[in-house]
Design a protein around this ligand. Structure first.
Ligand code: ZN
Length: 132
C-alpha cells in the first residue's frame, strides 16, 4: 500500500529528475522507432519483388491515368500555374486550413477552381463522378 510519504517521495523524485526522466523516455522512444524501422527495412530486403511490382503497378497506373484523363491533367496544370490556393476549405462550414487542394467541378473550365481540404475534395469528387 502506498503511504502518503512514498507518494510524496515519488512526486519529489519526478520533479527533481524531470529532465532525466524525459530524456530516458525520449531515448526509449527513439529505440522503439529504430527497431520498427529496422524491421520494415528487413522485410523489404527480404521481399524485393514486392517493392518492384508495387512500384511498377504505381507507375503504370499513373501513366494510364494521365492517358485516360488528359483534360484533368491539363486543367490541373493550368490551375496550379494561375490560381493561388485559397486560405481555407470552401466546403460548407468546414473552414479547415490544413491539407488544402484546388478542386475542379468542371475540367472544361480549368480556371474555375475552388479550394477544399483533402477530405472534402474526395467527397466532392465522389459526388461528381456519380454523374459522369
Ligand atoms: Zn473541408
Amino acid at each position: 500500500m502506498m503511504t502518503t510519504n512514498s507518494l510524496e517521495y515519488n512526486r519529489k523524485y519526478r520533479a527533481e529528475h524531470r529532465d532525466r526522466i524525459n530524456e530516458q523516455h525520449r531515448i526509449s522512444q527513439r529505440k522503439h522507432l529504430e527497431t520498427h524501422r529496422k524491421g520494415s527495412r528487413k522485410w523489404r530486403q527480404n521481399h524485393p519483388e514486392y517493392q518492384r511490382k508495387h512500384l511498377e503497378k504505381h507507375r503504370k497506373g499513373s501513366v494510364k491515368y494521365r492517358k485516360n484523363n488528359p483534360e484533368k491533367i491539363y486543367a490541373q496544370n493550368i490551375a496550379y500555374k494561375h490560381i493561388p490556393l485559397g486560405s481555407e476549405c470552401q466546403f460548407g462550414s468546414c473552414h479547415s486550413n490544413s491539407r488544402l487542394e484546388r478542386a475542379h467541378l468542371d475540367y472544361n473550365e480549368p480556371l474555375e477552381v475552388l479550394t477544399f481540404c483533402i477530405k472534402h475534395h474526395h467527397l466532392i469528387d465522389r459526388l461528381y463522378r456519380r454523374f459522369d
